[in-house]
Design a protein around this ligand. Structure first.
Ligand SMILES: [Zn+2]
Length: 263
């Protein structure tokens, strides 16, 4: 039995890149822990902080996750302005990498994590909190001596297609550089077949009701996912992808689930 810790920036991020992975790992009988750096909360004073974390708990339950933890930071948002901190905590970008890594490492040690799921070095599409997840995740795994780190990613051309589709739907992101989206095919080392877990993934996406009501790009993707019958979603979104630094011929925890992308 292994323990897999998935580290994410915001509540809802767990559903799109690693939702199927978490469901598959849990279904295979392993322990799964979901850690978010931020509560996904931008404004200083409203009730959304609690709402986002409650929705995260429901999403995690749908995926079979055993424990959810929050590192205690606020969302840094994107765009030119980094807003002032809320009264009781700092935005993730203002935290020292070493300090945030120590908070995550404490959980990794407590859980005796075998595998950490983090983000690729581009932070996927480049949200500053997502880039920071890669930095903090890498450092925390070193501090805690986690044997295996898999950075969640996506093939670049597939990600670019999705960005173009979102732009046509009115969600154009001029700050996104299509040339450094996620990972080139050659950088991707592993993939996991999540076809059988489409129903769980849909339930996890649906749990993030307040984000869906905000009608942003997550909502646009969520609406497509929620409209598809599970067998079709399973076929269209069959794989989740990872980059493992230094991946080689040595056997590592959960090699049966995380298959080489070259197979
Ligand atoms: Zn995010």
């Amino acid at each position: 039995m292994a323990t897999v810790v998935a580290f994410h920036a915001h509540p809802d991020d767990e559903t799109l890149l690693t939702g199927g992975t978490l469901a598959a790992v849990a279904a295979a009988g392993h322990r799964t822990v979901l850690v978010v750096a931020t509560d996904g909360h931008m404004a200083a004073l409203d009730g959304r902080k609690a709402v986002r974390l409650t929705e995260l708990a429901a999403s995690a339950a749908a995926l079979g996750v055993d424990r959810v933890a929050h590192l205690g930071y606020a969302d840094s948002g994107h765009g030119a302005v980094l807003y002032a901190d809320p009264p009781d905590r700092v935005r993730f970008l203002r935290a020292e990498v070493a300090e945030a890594a120590e908070r995550l490492a404490a959980i990794l040690r407590e859980e005796r994590a075998d595998v950490l799921l983090s983000y690729d070095r581009n932070g996927g599409y480049g949200h500053r909190d997502h880039v920071r997840v890669h930095e903090v995740g890498t450092r925390a795994a070193e501090l805690a001596g986690v044997p295996r780190v898999l950075d969640a990613t996506m093939p670049r051309d597939r990600a670019a297609r999705i960005m173009r589709l979102l732009a046509r739907m009115g969600f154009r992101r001029d700050d996104v550089d299509l040339r450094s989206l996620y990972s080139a095919d050659a950088e991707i080392t592993h993939r996991i077949d999540v076809r059988a877990f489409a129903a769980q993934r849909k339930a996890a996406v649906a749990a993030h009701r307040s984000t869906i009501e905000q009608a942003g790009s997550y909502a646009a993707i969520a609406k497509v996912i929620l409209r598809l019958p599970a067998p079709i979603l399973g076929r269209l979104m069959r794989w989740e992808w990872y980059v493992e630094e230094g991946a080689g011929p040595v056997a590592r925890p959960l090699d049966d689930l995380f298959r080489s992308a070259r197979d």
